[in-house]
Design a binder for this molecule. Structure first.
Ligand code: CAA
Length: 387
């Protein structure tokens, strides 16, 4: 097995690297402090094609593959994981969900603006009492003629404050359990759509996370995605791809922290030599680099399986489980290499350390990834790992 990136893949990686270094890095500490991500930067990501990376050109996207998406996510996340989560939710949860399962009318109406970044989307699955146990939806949608009346509360919704569109998962027939859940495209302007409390978070503080309240919102039947009862499968299939994005985010946080530690180890001197010459530091760097490379291979392996039309849910969960653990290993080690400097904001590694933790929580906690992996293995999916 070998990975050789195409010219197009190399181009997106370079574009992401340039954007991250030149446009994300300068204000990243301030955005973390103020918990604000400027609209101008979202527009720039739209102009660069990052927000519609995998959307087909016929709907205004860049039509690129999942491997390109991994490269984009890694480069952005090295510098600013708050930027990369906007890109990840938009691409793998919102755009992919609509393009794969939406009607032609839904695709025409929403995808071009999403792909250009004129419209930002949110994915509303989690609730106060339905996080890991996602089947326990309390949000309900009751059909009344050509509309559904949607009511409920959603928690920890990424992009919620700036979103113009929400994919909302809701019960349409509680007697059917997970088969009674449906999913709807809801527009921000509709009556009863309320952006609630903004969360004050440990990490990814630039990203905009809110509670969302849907108060008797009238949703046209044509805004349901798929058949009634398809909503839970929609969420699970969408999250399979989303987990490749979050795995790549974790990879980027780890590689960003590692690169800072490596550079610092050549500049800082102690006991007469650069600290990287001391085995205590050199061995840390060796272990960090090895784990990062293994995480990168898992991310690319999952992405390639998706691009080839092979099953990828198991690989995506493995990539997310492993890469998030690597981020949680590498980021504190990078602080350790920096010593006291690592503990203050201007050296960036303390932020990467705080940002790393969320990758073990959102889009399925590490415990949920172990459930997904072990269930797949018990069904005999392991042979897919070969070749
Ligand atoms: N693809 C297709 N179908 C799937 C599926 C998948 N990956 N996973 C499950 N299903 C189907 C099952 O086949 C089953 O279908 P049938 O009824 O036809 O048999 C149905 O869905 C129910 O599945 P389970 O019995 O396996 O359901 P479960 O209650 O045991 O839960 C779970 C499975 C994997 C634990 C799931 O609840 C889960 O993934 N939980 C985590 C939720 C999550 O990731 N939330 C993230 C929030 S979004 C977010 O974080 C975005 C952000 O802002 C960054």
């Amino acid at each position: 097995m070998q990975f050789r990136f195409t010219e197009e893949q190399e181009m997106i990686r370079q574009a992401a690297r340039d954007f991250a270094q030149n446009e994300l890095l300068p204000g990243v500490i301030e955005r973390d402090e103020t918990q604000h991500f400027p609209d101008a930067l979202v527009r720039r990501m739209g102009e660069l094609g990052f927000l519609g990376l995998m959307v087909s050109p016929e709907y205004g996207g860049a039509g690129m593959d999942t491997v390109s998406y991994v490269l984009l996510m890694e480069e952005l996340s090295k510098v600013d994981a708050s930027a990369s989560v906007i890109v990840s939710v938009q691409n793998s949860l919102v755009n992919w969900g609509i393009e794969t399962f939406g009607t032609e009318a839904q695709k025409q109406r929403y995808l071009p603006r999403l792909a250009r970044g004129e419209l930002v989307g949110s994915f509303c699955l989690s609730e106060p009492e339905a996080g890991s146990d996602a089947t326990q939806q309390r949000t309900i949608a009751v059909r009344k003629g050509d509309f559904y009346i949607l009511s409920g509360t959603k928690n920890w919704i990424t992009n919620a404050g700036r979103a113009g569109l929400y994919l909302v998962v809701a019960q349409t027939d509680p007697s059917k359990g997970s088969r009674g859940i449906s999913v709807f495209i809801v527009e921000r302007e509709w009556e009863g759509v309320i952006v609630g409390k903004k969360e004050d978070k440990l990490g990814i503080r630039g990203s905009d996370t809110h509670t969302m309240i849907f108060n008797d919102v009238k949703v046209p039947v044509e805004n349901r995605i798929g058949e009634e009862g398809f909503g839970f499968k929609f969420a699970m299939k969408t999250l399979d791809g989303g987990r490749i994005g979050i795995a790549s985010q974790a990879l980027g946080i780890a590689s960003g922290a590692y690169e800072l530690a490596l550079r610092y180890s050549t500049q800082r001197r102690a006991f007469g030599v650069p600290i990287g010459k001391h085995q205590a530091v050199a061995f840390k760097l060796a272990q960090m680099a090895t784990q990062i490379e293994a995480a990168r291979l898992l991310c690319l392996r999952a992405a390639r399986a998706k691009d080839r039309g092979e099953p990828y849910g198991l690989l995506a969960s493995m990539a997310k489980l492993y890469a998030s653990r690597v981020a949680m290993f590498v980021a504190p080690e990078a602080i350790q290499v920096h010593g006291g400097y690592g503990y203050v904001k201007e050296y960036h590694v303390e932020r990467l350390f705080r940002d790393a933790k969320i990758t073990e929580i959102y889009e399925g906690t590490s415990e949920i990834q172990r459930i997904v992996i072990s269930r797949a293995l018990s069904k005999g999916e392991a042979p897919l790992l070969v070749g």
